[in-house]
Unconditional design. Structure first.
Length: 216
């Protein structure tokens, strides 16, 4: 059984903070170990708790370069930034500064949870609307994110596990693994394990096309 993904959250608006606490508490594979942390105390909190993921409020950042500074101080902690309808330029800048994910606050709770799971595995997540750019934003559907279980299967597929080995590792049936694999391939726009291998980058972990995660 996998250890839960540990999360430290910075300060958010009251309603957003309440919502985050609620949706994280409902996922047994996530553990919120500290929240409401002011930015001037965040580095100390990360050093103390060593979380898998830190959640940042874009609106409270002094500047985007803060993300770079935090990434340099805690390179093993993934950074997920929540923003109000982030633009493509904002998301790309945040990812280039060391964030692992840029997620809109308007995103459904389940997609924020999936983003936390994906980011904890080093997958660069950004909204499809931001990835496509403002010109295409109005007509785009919601991102077709991988589920947490699909992310588990993806990680093992990229490590070269067979379907039977994945089934044993995750305590699920082989047919269930095949179903997850088909969904993964569809969402990533690929058809074979060879295609999947091409999406892997040794330095940054698994990377998939924009709309699920950004190929940054």
């Amino acid at each position: 059984m996998r250890a839960p993904v540990t999360v430290v959250a910075a300060t958010f608006e009251d309603l957003v903070a309440i919502g985050l606490r609620q949706i994280i508490s409902e996922d047994t594979n996530l553990q919120l170990i500290a929240d409401g942390i002011p930015l001037d105390q965040l580095e100390a909190a990360i050093k103390q708790h060593e979380p898998s993921v830190v959640l940042l409020n874009f609106g409270s950042l002094p500047n985007p370069a803060y993300v770079y500074q935090l990434h340099q101080q805690a390179p093993d902690t993934r950074i997920v930034v929540l923003a109000n309808r982030p633009s493509a330029a904002e998301c790309n800048q945040l990812l280039s500064f060391g964030a692992t994910a840029c997620v809109s606050k308007e995103t459904q709770g389940r997609d924020i949870i999936n983003a936390l799971h994906l980011a904890s595995r080093g997958m660069h997540v950004m909204p499809r609307s931001a990835a496509a750019g403002p010109a295409d934003r109005l007509d785009l559907p919601e991102p077709d994110l991988l589920t947490a279980r699909e992310a588990d299967v993806l990680e093992l597929l990229q490590q070269g596990y067979t379907n039977a080995a994945i089934a044993h590792e995750l305590s699920i049936g082989v047919e269930t693994v095949r179903t997850h694999a088909r969904n993964i391939y569809r969402k990533l726009g690929i058809s074979t394990r060879r295609d999947l291998a091409r999406l892997s980058r040794p330095d940054n972990g698994p990377v998939a096309p924009a709309g699920i995660v950004s190929a940054s």
